[in-house]
Design a protein around this ligand. Structure first.
Ligand SMILES: C[S@@+](CC[C@H](N)C(=O)[O-])C[C@H]1O[C@@H](n2cnc3c(N)ncnc32)[C@H](O)[C@@H]1O
Length: 444
């Protein structure tokens, strides 16, 4: 079809939401991706960027609003790409995510789960305890700190962030002033932030050595905000703590239902949303149902977030994780929580579960399996599930497409999907966290 210019006042009809939470429409030979548009709505759009026959656009005026459209709780949502679904009610966000998982399972030919679990829900604001924020110094203007602009690599100009933990989300203006006061403001491309239950750390990536007075300014901020400051001059190994000079080099979160406390380095993987994490761990345990007679295998175990709660119920738990540093942290957490874990046998090993030559047969036999892989999923494990032959597997997923692919492999090996559900780990964004239970169809 011949392409023509899209008139600014032209209305287009949004047909559906894509996997990234962006509305889709076709007009004048272009595929339009419409930020802020919902299915069935008519919108006039502002073009943000053109890529061949695709236009990245922002909905400006909406007609026939969707029944679940709400006023975005964040006033900066139009200029910030951090959240894409602020204009859709949280309940509708969750049903959109559940439908997405349903569709992906269907496309893989996987029979729907016998039970759809109730959504696991937490706070819609102040939930995000880990994030990487961009930093940009614009000559003659304030330094900007935040997520990127929609469809752009430029840092969004926002004064606060509603989804970040308040200790940081409400301090963005202070952070901008701090960074603007540094002699190396033009050489700070990003910050990593990590929060525990009552502490937080900022890792400042800097491309030049600190200049006169910079360390003092950073320390002053750390003292007044109660946070810790780390510096990163090159790769992850270059990270050093600037403040406090002494004291425990860990942040902490707890799982009060299990009497467990986890210590972690700000660069370690931890679940982003602590309220959902607490419920997710309890749910995974309930679904897996270990008893004192059972051995459990916890793959992609990180710092032991599921391993230690499992150990409080199971006879033994073996955690496998790719990062040696995280295995060391899991061991530290085991030692610090021995009383809460009880007498079960708990072991950890480091292994690359994605290695081409990795054979599932190398894993110890277990009655029950828990998997919590990164976005790329657990194809290796799913392909080899017959060798492990667990009585039940609980799969926690942060990417529904790989979960659906792996569900197909489980099905091919004779495992049915007995339950599945959505965890609202990332409200207002398009990320879908889900949980699925697999059991042998013929437990023979
Ligand atoms: C979604 S996180 C889950 C961590 C942990 N279960 C938790 O709840 O905190 C995925 C984990 O997989 C680990 N991982 C990434 N690639 C891996 C690999 N090739 N082999 C084994 N583990 C890997 C990451 O280091 C991370 O700890």
């Amino acid at each position: 079809m011949a392409r023509r210019r899209l008139e600014r006042s032209e209305r287009v009809r949004v047909s559906e939401l894509d996997a990234e939470g962006i509305g889709l429409a076709d007009s004048g030979g272009f595929r339009l991706r419409i930020r802020g548009g919902l299915p069935g709505e008519d919108a006039t759009v502002k073009v943000l960027r053109r890529r061949r026959n695709r236009l990245e656009t922002l909905a400006e005026v909406i007609a026939h609003p969707h029944a679940d459209r709400v006023t975005p709780p964040c006033p900066w949502t139009a200029r910030c790409g951090g959240c894409v679904l602020q204009h859709l009610s949280p309940a509708a966000q969750r049903s959109t995510k559940r439908r997405r998982l349903e569709t992906l399972l269907h496309e893989q030919g996987v029979a729907p789960p016998a039970i759809w679990l109730p959504d696991v829900v937490g706070p819609n604001a102040g939930y995000r305890h880990k994030a990487r924020l961009g930093v940009r110094q614009v000559p003659g203007r304030d330094v900007m700190v935040g997520f990127r602009e929609p469809a752009s690599s430029r840092v969004a100009d926002v004064e606060a962030c509603r989804i970040l933990a308040p200790a940081l989300g409400e301090r963005l203006t202070e952070l901008k002033a701090l960074l603007g006061s540094l002699t190396i403001a033009d050489a700070v491309p990003q910050l990593e932030i990590a929060c525990g239950d009552s502490d937080f750390a900022i890792i400042l990536r800097h491309l030049k050595p600190l200049g006169d007075g910079d360390a003092e300014r950073l320390i002053e901020f750390a003292v007044s905000s109660g946070g810790q400051i780390y510096l990163q001059s090159a790769g992850p190994d270059s990270v050093v703590r600037l403040w406090p000079e002494e004291g425990a080099r860990r942040l902490q979160y707890t799982l009060p239902d299990f009497g467990l406390s986890f210590a972690f380095h700000p660069l370690d993987f931890v679940q982003v949303n602590p309220a959902i994490n607490r419920q997710m761990v309890a749910l995974a345990l309930e679904l897996l149902g270990p008893t004192a007679q059972d051995s459990v295998l916890d793959l992609f175990c990180g710092i032991g977030n599921f391993t230690l709660p499992m150990a409080s119920r199971a006879g033994s738990v073996h955690g496998v994780e790719g990062s040696e540093a995280l295995v060391a942290r899991a061991q530290e957490n085991l030692a610090a929580n021995r009383a809460a874990v009880g007498t079960s046998r708990v072991t950890f090993t480091a292994a690359d579960l994605y290695a081409e030559d990795f054979d599932v047969g190398q894993l110890p036999a277990a009655d029950l399996l828990l998997l919590d892989p990164p976005r790329s999923g657990a194809e290796n494990i799913a392909r080899g599930i017959g060798k492990l032959a667990p009585r039940r597997a609980v799969y926690v997923s942060c990417h529904p497409a790989t979960l659906a692919r792996d569900a197909r492999l489980f099905a091919d090996a004779g495992y049915g999907l007995t339950a599945a559900g959505i965890l609202d780990m990332f409200p207002h964004t398009a990320h879908v966290e889900s949980i699925a239970v697999f059991e042998p169809r013929d437990p023979g």
